[in-house]
Design a binder for this molecule. Structure first.
Ligand SMILES: C[S@@+](CC[C@H](N)C(=O)[O-])C[C@H]1O[C@@H](n2cnc3c(N)ncnc32)[C@H](O)[C@@H]1O
Length: 241
């Protein structure tokens, strides 16, 4: 029996009609659908494809271990996640060894700050793996502002809100165009870094880009909290005719 294939499929930012034709085809034809989710939740990736999955498809939720009580820099945190990814890889490999294909649902683009990458690096070279790119969340975010993000030779920087304030401020100061992701609980720190860099007035906050609850506001109007699905954008102002 020939081995099946694991497909890491980019779903785009959260609207079914922003998915590629290839992603749409693979999801509708899939015999096995895998996706990450928090314990007890539906999983955002799974909710994006609601109505597309065949009724007889086998679903394989991969539930993140609960890590809230362990700090990021504790070696136990990495060990727990490494075990989780190893167990997920073993589960998927068993299916493709038996000849089945598995579609792994990935928000946005699979190779852009995603979880699938942790499976991919463990699978590559051992079993057939194929990746389908997707429209990133940040692309939907700057589109929602109705303004182009980079012109001419603008330099664009992508930062994660999880970085230290000092690092954020340093890069915010230097760049032309800016994207900050993973804002959520880091909102206050991101705001302080923007102020230090003198860039707060140019910033936009986009919540749930390309989803029904999409909201675009000047960053100065953001409250005390931002949802997990939010992105900060500063537009470049580079060379143009
Ligand atoms: C783990 S990263 C996943 C990125 C994803 N692979 C991509 O290509 O956009 C999660 C972060 O992406 C951002 N994000 C992704 N999609 C988004 C959307 N539709 N609206 C707002 N933020 C989004 C948020 O900042 C969120 O904290």
């Amino acid at each position: 029996m020939s081995q099946g294939t694991i497909y890491g499929v980019g779903l785009g930012p959260g609207s079914q009609d922003l998915m590629s034709v290839r992603a749409d085809r693979l999801i509708r034809q899939a015999s096995h659908i895998a996706y990450f989710r928090k314990k007890g939740r539906t999983g955002h990736a799974r909710s994006i494809v609601e109505g597309m999955v065949a009724p007889d498809a086998v679903e394989l939720p991969m539930e993140y271990p609960v890590t809230t009580e362990i700090p990021f820099d504790d070696p136990r945190y990495n060990a727990l996640l490494a075990d989780f990814y190893a167990a997920s890889v073993a589960r998927l490999t068993e299916i493709i060894d038996a000849g089945g294909d598995v579609v792994v649902l990935c928000e946005g683009d699979p190779f852009f700050y995603g979880s699938f990458m942790h499976l991919y690096t463990r699978l590559k070279g051992r079993v057939p793996v194929s990746v389908v790119p997707g429209i990133t969340g940040m692309s939907a975010a700057w589109t929602a502002t109705g303004q182009p993000v980079t012109w001419g030779d603008d330099i664009m920087t992508v930062l994660m809100g999880t970085l230290p304030e000092e690092t954020l401020a340093e890069h915010m100061m230097k760049t032309d165009a800016l994207v900050v992701m993973k804002i959520g609980r880091n909102l206050d720190k991101v705001r302080r870094a923007l102020t230090r860099a003198g860039r707060e007035k140019e910033s936009w906050l986009i919540e749930y880009a390309a989803m029904p609850q999409e909201r675009v506001l000047p960053f100065s109007e953001a409250g005390d909290s931002a949802p997990y699905f939010s992105i900060l954008v500063i537009h470049g102002n580079g060379r143009r005719p």
